[in-house]
Write a protein that binds this ligand. Structure first.
Ligand code: SF4
Length: 387
């Protein structure tokens, strides 16, 4: 991937996103710091930070096969969990001191059970995440978070006070504020940073000590202000989907002159759109954020389809979007149903939409590029007719 802007922070983020570990994470480990892997989202990383440990969002970057997961998973399991398990079996995730997970979907549920049985990371913990949003559901999840804190204290002999939780919330809200600032730079006609570079910066947040990351992200934002903007695209694209953590996927879209200027992705907009409340009981605020406040994915019932439609309309307007690309991993039911909803909604709103199915590790990108090229051409043609 060729950088459009000169920034040492961007180079550092690229190294972090392209590998499972990075120099600052290794230094953290060398100094005796603990790292807790979060097997999927809905886990408040602030609790891990408050415990003095590093929250790490688990990925299988660099995996090139799933042979070691074949005995425990089948082809009906999504490729994310198969690659993650294979990566764990090969010892590539041994830098983790612990793993925490939630019942996101049956695939993740099975991954957690198999991980515990075969990979034997020193600490494991599982929480039940509510099916629906709501006040009672947030209260129930608060109880799960209390259990998580108790188990961390027991295992690692750490202190997780309310004051430490409040400080961690402020630190992670600062990340969100900076990330909103980074995204805002892409609203203009000629954004100084590409979509692939932006996803790189977002993924890096999940594998670096947070204070350090915030300083480097602020540097990247400053570097963007000095960058030469270039308008080498034919269409402005929003990408919608789940756990896309590979910037090369976005780069493949952008190679066809569809500039990705915003998204509704797990590593993207959904992770920073709202802050965690800094008033009152911090654990209640963290539970409420996960269950009721942050933009939800299709896993969470109750409010979320209409809410996602609202977010899409807002982002289409604010980022001047020409077309939407939605993406689901094969075998993923949550996002399969969501693509049906999206197709209906975007058709009603007359917003061009391309629905893609992919695998967690990008194979040949030829077919992907051909479909994106045709999509971008159809947008350009439609613009021409309407003018
Ligand atoms: S991609 Fe879908 S099936 Fe796979 S872990 Fe995520 S939600 Fe579950």
């Amino acid at each position: 991937m060729q950088n459009r802007l000169q920034s040492s922070a961007l180079l550092e983020f690229q190294e972090a996103a392209a590998n499972l570990t990075n120099p600052v994470l290794q230094e953290w480990k060398t100094r005796g710091g603990k790292i807790i892997g979060m097997m999927y989202h809905y886990i408040p990383e602030e609790i891990i930070t408050a415990a003095g440990m590093l929250p790490y969002r688990m990925r299988a970057t660099g995996s090139d096969g799933t042979e070691l997961s074949e005995s425990r998973f089948t082809q009906v399991n999504c490729s994310l969990v198969r690659h993650l398990f294979d990566s764990g079996m090969r010892g590539n995730q041994n830098f983790l001191d612990g793993v925490v997970s939630v019942n996101n979907c049956d695939h993740i549920r099975r991954l957690y059970d198999n991980w515990k049985a075969k990979i034997k990371t020193p600490y494991t913990h599982f929480m039940s995440f509510p099916k629906k949003s709501g006040l009672e559901q947030a209260e129930a999840y608060r109880g799960e978070l209390e259990g998580f804190i108790r188990s961390l204290v027991e295992q690692f002999d750490v202190d997780i006070s309310d004051e430490k939780l409040r400080n961690a919330i402020k630190l992670h809200n600062e990340t969100r504020r900076l990330q909103r600032q980074l995204y805002a730079l892409r609203k203009g006609d000629a954004p100084p940073i590409s979509g692939a570079e932006t996803l790189t910066a977002m993924v890096a947040a999940s594998c670096m000590p947070r204070e350090y990351y915030n300083v480097r992200l602020a540097q990247l934002i400053e570097d963007c202000s000095k960058a030469e903007p270039s308008k080498n695209h034919l269409a402005r694209i929003m990408v919608i989907g789940g756990e896309i953590d590979d910037p090369n996927f976005i780069a493949a879209i952008e190679s066809q002159k569809g500039l990705v200027v915003t998204d509704l992705l797990g590593y993207g907009y959904r992770s920073f759109a709202k802050d965690v409340n800094t008033h009152g009981d911090p654990l209640t605020a963290l539970a409420d954020y996960q269950v009721n406040e942050r933009p939800a994915d299709p896993r969470l019932f109750g409010r979320t389809t209409e809410e996602r439609d609202m977010y899409i309309s807002r982002l289409v307007h604010d980022f001047n979007i020409d077309g939407v690309i939605s993406v689901r991993l094969m075998q993923c039911d949550h996002w399969g149903f969501e693509q049906v909803n999206l197709t209906k909604y975007l058709r009603k709103k007359r917003i061009p939409h391309l629905a893609l199915e992919t695998e967690y590790i990008l194979g040949s990108v030829g077919q992907l590029k051909t479909r994106v090229q045709a999509f971008v051409e159809s947008i350009v043609e439609a613009k021409h007719v309407n003018n």
